[in-house]
Design a protein around this ligand. Structure first.
Ligand SMILES: Cc1cc2nc3c(=O)[nH]c(=O)nc-3n(C[C@H](O)[C@H](O)[C@H](O)COP(=O)(O)O)c2cc1C
Length: 155
């Protein structure tokens, strides 16, 4: 009996959790769409829908943020941002090692007040980028890479 009640509560909790995540994704999708319309009132329905779909590109969408509040530490902002970048790279490598694809995305909506409100960002917290993780269904074509000698020099 106790097991059945526990299982019921776990299932109910999971349903609430998943529907909460879905609601958040809907709100994020609306935010992307609204931000595009605010920037470009002439955006077509297809463009608005594409903007909304950014919230649903992968099964896992994380927002990486950095806390630049220096009241509790004396760490320069540059170091905090670089550390966050290293942590993000580790997340990408971990996803890759587990056989998933991953990618970063940003865009103007990322820096909007509405985004801050949706993710409950505190005053000194800054959004850095979204991290999408999932199974790769299409590949981008390979880019031409510049020769390393064209942007490095040896003294
Ligand atoms: C903070 C950050 C935000 C990014 N945002 C986007 C984005 O919005 N759209 C996109 O196509 N790529 C985005 N990228 C990916 C970069 O444009 C670039 O493709 C990536 O760093 C890999 O470089 P490569 O394409 O030269 O290999 C972002 C990268 C970083 C580090």
């Amino acid at each position: 009996m106790a097991w059945i009640i526990t299982k019921y509560l776990l299932t109910a909790g999971m349903v609430v959790f998943i529907s909460e995540v879905a609601k958040r994704s809907d709100r994020l999708g609306d935010l992307f769409a609204d931000a595009l319309i605010a920037r470009d009132p002439g955006a077509t329905l297809t463009q608005v829908d594409e903007a909304r779909q950014k919230a649903f590109r992968g099964p896992l969408l994380l927002l990486a943020t950095v806390n630049l509040n220096s009241e509790l530490d004396n760490i320069p902002e540059q170091e905090k941002i670089i550390s966050a970048g290293c942590a993000i790279q580790n997340v990408l490598l971990m996803a890759n090692a587990l056989g998933f694809g991953s990618g970063l995305s940003s865009g103007k909506a990322l820096y909007s007040q509405k985004m801050r409100e949706l993710f409950l960002l505190k005053e000194k917290e800054q959004p850095l980028c979204f991290i999408t993780i999932g199974t790769i269904s299409t590949h981008k074509p390979n880019k031409d890479r510049p020769d390393a000698n064209s942007y490095t020099s040896i003294f």
